[in-house]
Write a protein that binds this ligand. Structure first.
Ligand code: NAD
Ligand code: UD1
Length: 333
């Protein structure tokens, strides 16, 4: 298939581009580089031994998107482009609603106009709110605690309404759990700007000595050891999940969790990282982080039974590849 990947130079998009090309699909990337850089394109070309078509455009720009759709006969779109920093979204809600919603609407309008019926959307486990684990696709969604989360709930709803109006659309909403890790080459990975908000990039930067110690946000949750439990998934498994979802896409709206189905606590992740990489990660328990929930992990029965996809890589693989990527990146002191 000929697939437009928006946000294809970002963390999850770039790994998915690798999986798409490795399975024989053609890729066109649209990214405005707001949270990525052009070097990723060179790395993608080198990993896949190809010359990927890249458009440096803002997906909210309907004129440019229409030109792109006119120039290329697309079979489908995977829409990753968006802002994702939860904390920033509470400070700059309009920036988040504007970019995340307008990008989805602009693309969906172009798909309708140019008769491109396959649409895969990056959603998040955050839409489940503080439901009882494991999270199942059939659960009623609970309010999220921030504008970022709301953009995912609204993005899902916009696409569901589109399908109601035009049942020929084939829309898959993928709810990601916690992607971590990196491409085994060490060339691609997650490179947050400034001090990381998420756990794994924080751990790798502490291990490298860039940051002094990890703050563990609370040890009084009702979990195995009191620290928060999440469903960490290797980003290459997540990438392969997109290819499986795309290849099995069908009419209507279909929602799938992309996780492993296993919950891991913060302390368990630290211990696994230390053992796998034979390196210490100094940490200190501090107050809970506002807006965090105790446990979040997936029920993955639906994607396993309907599509036959499941995550193959272990927590050790995630820790090894995340560390390999961190070691491969240059630190500017
Ligand atoms: P990322 O920031 O690494 O990648 C997003 C990419 O989109 C970046 O390259 C950025 O430059 C680009 N972009 C943003 N707005 C754009 C626009 N208007 N036009 C063109 N390009 C634009 O983020 P990621 O971690 O790869 O996440 C990808 C998607 O998955 C996002 O929609 C995110 O909300 C969603 N998601 C991510 C996670 C996670 O933990 N990383 C979890 C759940 C859902
Ligand atoms: C984050 C996002 C969420 C998104 C999800 C998946 C926030 C508040 N939420 O959630 O919207 O859907 O990623 O990508 O950013 N932790 C520490 N110390 C740290 C960082 C994290 O103890 O320095 C703990 C957290 O309390 C949590 C776990 O580690 O228990 C994972 O945190 P994080 O990586 O930020 O992901 P989520 O909180 O699941």
């Amino acid at each position: 298939m000929n697939i437009l990947v928006t946000g294809g130079l970002g963390y999850i998009g770039s790994h998915t581009v690798v999986s798409l090309i490795e399975t024989g699909h053609k890729v066109i990337i649209a990214d405005n580089l707001s949270n990525s850089n052009k070097e990723v394109l060179d790395k993608l070309n080198s990993i896949t031994n190809s010359n990927i078509l890249f458009y440096q455009i803002d997906v909210t720009d309907s004129d440019k998107i229409n030109i792109l759709f006119e120039q290329h006969k697309l079979d489908g779109v995977i829409h990753f482009a968006g802002y994702k920093a939860v904390g920033e979204s509470t400070l700059k809600p309009l920036k988040y609603y504007y970019n995340n919603l307008l990008s989805t609407i602009t693309l969906a309008k172009a798909c309708k106009k140019y008769n491109v019926k396959k649409f895969v959307f990056s959603s998040s486990a955050t839409v489940y709110g503080d439901n009882n684990v494991p999270f199942k696709e059939t659960m009623s969604l609970l309010p999220t605690t921030n504008p970022y989360g709301e953009t995912k709930v609204m993005g899902e709803r916009i696409l569901q309404d589109l399908v109601k109006s035009d049942p020929e659309f084939e829309v898959t909403l993928l709810r990601y759990f916690n992607p971590i890790g990196a491409h085994p080459s060490g060339l691609l990975g997650e490179k947050p700007n400034g001090i990381p908000n998420n756990l794994m990039p924080y751990i790798t930067q502490v291990a490298k000595g860039k940051l002094k110690e990890l703050h563990v946000f609370g040890n009084d949750y009702p979990t195995i050891d009191g620290t928060g439990v999440r469903d960490y998934i290797h980003v290459m498994d997540l990438a392969e999940g997109h290819v499986a979802a795309l290849e099995n896409i069908k009419q209507g709206v279909h929602i799938y969790n992309l996780g492993t189905g296993n919950g891991t606590s913060v302390l368990q992740l630290i211990t696994t990282f230390e053992k796998t990489n034979n390196i210490k990660v100094p940490y200190r328990i501090v107050e809970r982080r506002q807006g965090d929930i105790a446990s979040c992990y997936a029920d993955v029965t639906k994607i396993e039974t309907e599509i036959g996809w499941y995550a193959k890589r272990t927590l050790e693989d995630m820790c090894k590849d995340a560390w390999h990527f961190e070691k491969s990146t240059v630190t500017l002191v």
